[in-house]
Design a protein around this ligand. Structure first.
Ligand SMILES: [Zn+2]
Length: 240
């Protein structure tokens, strides 16, 4: 029997605790930063672990809206932004924007005090942001390409923040992270894929909304494409 290993979180480096292991879901979730790792399957080099009671995470089936292609050198993961929720967004945008058009149309005719033009400016900003987001949700796709030494993510055709490109030899690991935001409607979950580098801070690669499956799927596919061994917790083995 080897000594118990102090496994470290890929996100924040803190030691993972037994409570962090979710054997039913096949994941480990760090209680400090909520980084998610899939449980190890086979260890590199044929080494075995003593965690025989933990089942390795099976390969995650293709989640909806995601497509994977391999052209011989590059793995291309495409994810459509479209969800049926967009119909609700369209309805809301139409209501919001028509009210503003009505307001300014009326104001132009009756020449009210200047405050009537300034007051709804924040609403105009919200309307523009909302309408742009709705259009992007309708037409955009996120494309993640891994191959030829590069890992690249692009959102198109409507410009969106978060495009990035990395040299794959600098990447040591990929992991997923859960973030929870709480508002009046209650908590909402968001899952992200993060990249660890040989030097420097980890960086967020992609945000997958509420779909943990999509985040884990992308992590697994990229690990495979980049030839990164499944090392959910590359921890250094503790001497304790
Ligand atoms: Zn952590």
């Amino acid at each position: 029997m080897s000594k118990p290993q102090a496994l470290k979180c890929p996100g924040c480096g803190s030691p993972l605790r037994l409570e962090d292991w979710d054997t039913a879901a096949g994941i480990i979730k760090c209680s400090f930063c909520r980084a998610i790792s899939t449980l190890p399957g086979s260890q590199p080099g044929g080494a075995t672990t003593d965690r025989t009671s933990f089942h390795p995470r099976a390969e995650i089936p293709l989640p909806p809206r995601i497509q994977v292609n391999f052209d011989g050198t590059t793995t291309v993961i495409t994810r459509r932004w479209f969800t049926p929720l967009v119909y609700l967004m369209i309805f809301f945008c139409v209501a919001w924007d028509s009210f503003l058009i009505f307001w300014y149309g009326l104001s132009l005719r009756i020449h009210p005090p200047w405050i009537f033009f300034v007051f709804p400016l924040a609403h105009v900003a919200v309307g523009i942001g909302l309408t742009y987001t709705t259009l992007a949700t309708l037409v955009n796709r996120t494309v993640i390409e891994a191959g030829r030494g590069r890992l690249r993510i692009t959102h198109a055709p409507l410009p969106w923040r978060g495009n990035a490109e990395f040299a794959t030899h600098e990447i040591t690991q990929l992991f997923c992270k859960e973030t929870i935001t709480r508002n009046k409607q209650g908590p909402s979950w968001n899952y992200e894929v993060w990249v660890n580098f040989q030097t420097g801070q980890p960086r967020k690669l992609a945000s997958l909304g509420a779909s943990m499956e999509a985040a884990l799927f992308i992590e697994q596919s990229l690990e495979k494409a980049l030839g990164i061994q499944d090392r959910p917790v590359p921890g250094e083995v503790s001497r304790g």
